[in-house]
Design a protein. Structure first.
Length: 117
């Protein structure tokens, strides 16, 4: 009886440690998304747009690139993408504080652009 109880306790401990590890991984992933939420996400977006649309002019704006993508990916949250871009432009060109928080729709867009390569 004791051996069965020991085995069950070991299995419960393993399950608890796996849950803790999964939680830590999710937390780090969210933290990375927040860090990417600064200017880095827009750098990734620019690179993805250049690779996906090599015909874009050398000094294209993100708005020009997003205009091309919008027709291909109408199901994305374009209102949220637009607000993220406005916040980034206010930071980049208007001296406003850098936007904080996550940009899930932009990350979705970047993943879709990368999957099209």
């Amino acid at each position: 009886m004791s051996t069965q109880l020991d085995t069950e306790l070991v299995l419960v401990n393993v399950a608890v440690y796996i849950s803790i590890a999964a939680g830590l991984i999710q937390g780090r992933r969210r933290e990375a998304m927040t860090l990417v939420g600064t200017g880095a996400v827009f750098n990734q977006l620019e690179l993805a747009l250049r690779k996906r649309f090599p015909d874009l002019p050398k000094g294209f704006t993100l708005r020009e690139g997003l205009y091309k993508v919008r027709a291909l990916e109408p199901a994305l949250g374009w209102d949220q993408i637009g607000r993220s871009l406005e916040g980034y432009e206010a930071y980049r060109y208007g001296g406003e504080p850098i936007p904080s928080g996550e940009h899930p729709e932009l990350m979705k867009l970047i993943r879709k652009l990368r999957s099209a390569w």
